[in-house]
Design a protein around this ligand. Sequence first.
Ligand SMILES: Cc1cc2nc3c(=O)[nH]c(=O)nc-3n(C[C@H](O)[C@H](O)[C@H](O)COP(=O)(O)OP(=O)(O)OC[C@H]3O[C@@H](n4cnc5c(N)ncnc54)[C@H](O)[C@@H]3O)c2cc1C
Length: 480
Amino acid sequence: MAASAPAPIVVLFRDDLRLADHPALHAAAGRGVPVVPLFVVDRDHGLGDGPTARPLGGAVRWWLHHSLERLSAGLARLGAPLVLRGGRPADVVPQVAGEAGAAEVFVIGSLDPAQAAAEKRLADALERQGVRLVVFPHDHLIDPARLRNGSGQPYQVYTPFFRALRQGLERPVTLPAPDALRPASPAPAPESLASFGLLPTAPDWAGGLRDTWTPGEDAAWTRLHAFLETHVAGYRTGRNIPAEPATSRLSPHLRFGEITARQVWNAVSAMAEGQGAETFLGEIGWREFSAYQVVHHPDMARRSLRHEYDAFPWRDAPDELRAWQRGRTGYPIVDAGMRELWQTGWMHNRVRMIVGSFLVKDLLLPWQMGEAWFHDTLVDAHWANNPASWQWVAGCGADAAPYFRIFNPVLQGEKFDPRGHYVRRWVPELAGVSDRLIHRPWDSPLEVARTGYAQPLVDHGAARHRALAAWRGLKDEAAE
Ligand SMILES: Cc1cc2nc3c(=O)[nH]c(=O)nc-3n(C[C@H](O)[C@H](O)[C@H](O)COP(=O)(O)OP(=O)(O)OC[C@H]3O[C@@H](n4cnc5c(N)ncnc54)[C@H](O)[C@@H]3O)c2cc1C
């Protein structure tokens, strides 16, 4: 009697669009059975399910399209092309498993509460069909359930969290890409990538993204190596200068799992040392801390961690929100950042803090509006980094010294962009303005008239007083 063909394994890709260090793909390849790589596009719910699931933002959709193209090409080279399907994973994955005759689906677990909810729903749907969902360890460096402070509580503050992370972290183990994959025959039919409409059509706003980025695993490694060769040594100070290309720009690659934090951590530990490398690992630590917070507070993109902020007297000023989004606030460093974001889908970290503070403290607009705009426009928009960073900026999240930190956009500009190179790059109407006036053009009404640059939306000094008064009022209310 002829032996029956081994059942294929479906490998479900999500935020892990790579071939190397992919435990689910590695394990499936190791079994020597046919592999069906699958990605399910759900524009309306992202990769998630349940109350915290969100539609994919526009810039993320653009990146996803190109990253899927690269992944697809890589998988085809290994022998098992990617099957793309549209719909809800809990409906689509069982269907594909049925078509392939698979008895198991392998997936890398996620700390994102929405993706964890999707996993659960998927496991139930597959079980009804007699298919087993095998969930491999997530891509983060830490196990948030185990990392606790001395009293057994989750850490509230970054510094002790990071100390504990470093103490507990062995050198992470990473896996090679499989040499080859055995295809299923016949393989479930794919839908075409173009049919998902992930790219903008009219207007096509993605020209700046195309000029700036190359999505995919290979490009992630190129960036990492370039950073290690050129910038890691000076990272400690260089990372604060937005005109310099001194940071790694790995964030969208990490966001899509084209490279893992484990791989980055190991490469930095092996190839670099000194304060630059230490500071950089600390930033990877911030990424871990953001995920840790969201695991413990799943609603973090909507609700302030400090619940008293739900009663904050936010303003309702749609015109000012729009001016901020478009980079027309009249504050050069804020406008430069917002235009860099619009054109490239990315903004320097120092400037993210400045524009965030401006929206929340100077304009008194809810941090959730800034978070939502970043969610839609950042190529690295991340389920944890984005809300956790916004809450940090707003002073309503995990922070040792909360709301009183109000960035002065003029002083920040003068300190971190002293010659105005960054401002001139993104706000071309200010190109001819002198270094002395570049962060305060209103000091010369003649210059303002000549350049046609926007008048400041608010006076920072007055706005600062307004913000502090509102905050004190909130504190008094909370104390009553
Ligand atoms: C308001 C606001 C919103 C943000 N939203 C996001 C977001 O949606 N996605 C995102 O990846 N980062 C976000 N950040 C964090 C940070 O600005 C970016 O990670 C960083 O600018 C990315 O550039 P890089 O890769 O060159 O960073 P590098 O300086 O080279 O750092 C290396 C990596 O460490 C991580 N990292 C660095 N800084 C932080 C940080 N403060 N918090 C968490 N992780 C960090 C990122 O994964 C980054 O790629 C936000 C920061 C602020 C202030």
